[in-house]
Design a protein around this ligand. Structure first.
Ligand code: SAM
Length: 289
């Protein structure tokens, strides 16, 4: 477990960080379609102390910091030093003084609580030991404190990731995580898609009043077809298969590009490539006593 964890953290700090920087124009916009809806349901009142779990570039952390005002504060925690540094730079540039970014592994680090609320946008799906991470977040909340996380729902309702993965699997030999010494992102984006197992996990971690709200919306996955194919080949399960395949990933590139153009064609609209996507807004609270 310790080894897998180290590999995943290294992946976030290296290959995945580089790819997130390259596709920031799609990721920031696409992910914010879900977080705008989530944040409109989950108010962060003036004076609240909030934790942002797996804060990445910190855009949600900064939005929450503005909402809680100078009498409140937000801590963004992320395992990848590069994401923490990028978030700190944005925080300074935007002159936000009540947000702080900390490098740490949410499964085991001191989260510096207690907090009134915790939030996460797609930051909880990549833990080697999600039970430990959920216990740690619950323990960092004040009694009665709440946690909202946004996670991807099932693959079939996120066809821009799933159909791309199926096409690539047909062409490129799949290298399993056990069979490579390359870094990887562990359980992957759909690890929290099953509401039954996630609610059991949250209960086991000490949470109560657990609820799931489904949120569907189209997200932009490319300014044009070349951008969308490049994005699909770089990130998500399809991108991971291509990267882990090494020379085979390169060898089959022409077939992969043609298959992805074919499958992504259905999402072409006048303003770019827009695909349906689906998430859960999962809310839970730490018991009051
Ligand atoms: C998909 S990104 C989401 C980033 C950000 N919340 C957003 O919405 O843009 C997942 C983030 O979780 C972080 N992460 C993954 N495993 C982690 C762990 N064990 N502890 C802390 N952060 C972790 C990654 O470094 C990455 O920044």
């Amino acid at each position: 477990m310790a080894d897998i964890n180290r590999i995943m953290i290294e992946a976030w700090n290296t290959v995945l960080f580089d790819k997130f920087c390259r596709f920031k124009h799609l990721i920031a916009d696409g992910l914010s379609k879900h977080s705008e809806a989530a944040l409109s349901r989950c108010r962060f009142p003036l004076g609240a102390h909030v934790l942002d779990v797996g804060s990445g570039f910190g855009d949600c952390t900064l939005l929450i910091a503005r909402s809680v005002g100078l009498s409140g504060s937000v801590v963004g925690v992320d395992c990848a030093a590069n994401f923490v540094r990028a978030a700190e730079t944005d925080c300074r540039d935007q002159r936000v003084s009540n947000a702080q970014f900390v490098q740490g592994d949410v499964q085991e680090c001191d989260l510096r609580g207690p907090y009134d609320q915790a939030f996460s946008r797609f930051g909880t799906m990549f833990f080697a030991d999600p039970d430990a991470a959920m216990r740690n977040v619950c323990g960092a909340l004040k009694p009665g404190g709440s946690f909202m996380q946004i996670v991807w729902r099932r693959r079939e309702d996120n066809p821009w990731l799933h159909e791309a993965e199926l096409r690539v699997r047909d062409i490129v030999p799949v290298v399993s995580h056990d069979a490579t010494d390359q870094v990887h992102c562990g359980p992957g984006p759909f690890s929290m898609a099953d509401a039954d197992s996630v609610s059991t996990m949250l209960q086991g971690a000490g949470f109560e009043r657990i609820s799931f709200e489904r949120h569907d919306c189209d997200v932009c996955i490319g300014r044009d077809m070349d951008d969308a194919v490049d994005f699909a080949m770089s990130l998500g399960p399809a991108g991971e298969i291509i990267r882990l395949a090494g020379p085979d990933g390169e060898k089959y590139k022409p077939q992969v590009i043609s298959a992805l153009r074919d499958v992504l064609q259905q999402f072409r609209q006048s303003g770019g490539i827009w695909a349906p996507s689906s998430t859960w807004f999962v809310t839970a609270s730490r018991p009051r006593a």
